[in-house]
Design a protein around this ligand. Structure first.
Ligand SMILES: Nc1ncnc2c1ncn2[C@@H]1O[C@H](COP(=O)(O)OP(=O)(O)O)[C@@H](O)[C@H]1O
Ligand SMILES: [Mg+2]
Length: 308
């Protein structure tokens, strides 16, 4: 059972053929479940970023691809479209999606794969939606399109359901990860790919230890990955025990992220030359510091409970 809240970023991960696309189709009501039920929120407006199935008319110009789409709200003036209720000039809007002014009259067929993906994204973002579905969106996207996709998702006000094999992308975007396994097992983890890796139970016990010692930490206050938690007393549940074992590595990872952000924010020219980047880094730093405090509190609590 899972409840998805507004603004959650839920990632589905698992090997090919395990049922990720099928689960999304079931959630959207395109496929009925054999058992169980799906309850959708009220007033859901679903947008699907589907590079495979969404067809762009190759003969339309970039400009027309935005303004002639009947689902697109064109404002009173023909050179403007409505983006979330606000009129935006087509050229300016497309520039946000990294298109040059000279490209406005070029036909869609002349666009690269990454450019087509950005055009699809521009169309999706101009439509009203509060649930965005992305099924393997990062396959064959260039770096600048990937970066843009991440920025757009960060600003997106609705909920995101995402299928991806791109671990870095998952780490940056996902707040919840559902791991599907062959045989029908589905487990929900908080966080992205690394959090899932750190939290997932490791039945052999060996791999988890190896993974934990690979990480290093600069902190003195918090537990180091080298600290042994293997002799944990049975007051902890199975899940809690594994959480306790995974936390030192997770704490080390968050600390290293904080270190990088602080280094970035320490650059004297960042604020004046890249105000947006500065703002984002500041917001991320606050978020990471909160995550660190939570992880440390959880570690202390579990460590106490284990009697250590
Ligand atoms: N829970 C399930 N029960 C029965 N068949 C399933 C289930 N999940 C997936 N399948 C079948 O397995 C195949 C692959 O599923 P798909 O959702 O496309 O996998 P993925 O997107 O993870 O690669 C499809 O033919 C689908 O009908
Ligand atoms: Mg699939």
């Amino acid at each position: 059972s899972l409840t998805v809240q507004r603004k959650d970023r839920v990632a589905l991960v698992g090997p090919n053929g395990v049922g990720k696309t099928t689960l999304i189709k079931t959630l959207l009501g395109e496929q009925a479940p054999d058992r169980g039920s799906v309850k959708l929120g009220t007033n859901l407006q679903i947008a699907v970023f589907d590079q495979g199935r969404t067809r762009l008319d190759p003969n339309l110009s970039l400009w027309e691809a935005l303004t002639s789409d009947p689902t697109m709200a064109v404002s009173g003036r023909s050179d403007q479209i409505m983006v979330r209720g606000t009129p935006k000039h087509v050229v300016g809007y497309l520039k946000d999606f990294l298109f040059a002014e000279e490209q406005m009259r070029a036909p869609v067929r002349a666009l690269s794969g990454g450019e087509k993906a950005r055009l699809l994204l521009a169309r999706l973002m101009a439509q009203e939606s509060n649930l965005l579905i992305l099924d393997e969106p990062t396959n064959d996207l260039d770096i600048e399109t990937l970066d843009l996709l991440q920025d757009v998702l960060a600003d997106y006000d609705g909920t995101v359901l995402l299928v991806s094999h791109d671990r870095d992308f998952l780490d940056r975007v996902a707040t919840t990860t559902i791991a599907l396994e062959p045989g029908g097992q589905a487990t929900v983890y908080a966080g992205g790919w690394s959090d899932y890796q750190a939290q997932k139970p490791n039945l052999s016990g060996k791999k988890a230890g190896k993974q934990a010692t690979k990480q290093s930490t600069t902190s003195t206050k918090v537990p180091t990955p080298e600290m042994k938690t293997s002799d944990v007393k049975p007051a902890l549940s199975f899940t809690e025990k594994h959480r306790l074992e995974a936390l030192p590595a997770e704490i080390a990872r968050i600390e290293s992220e904080i270190g990088k952000l602080e280094e970035l924010l320490g650059q004297p020219t960042l604020f004046t030359e890249h105000p947006v980047k500065f703002q984002k880094a500041t917001a991320l730093l606050i978020e990471r510091q909160e995550a660190l405090a939570m992880a440390e509190a959880q570690w202390l609590e579990l460590e106490e409970k284990s009697g250590g």
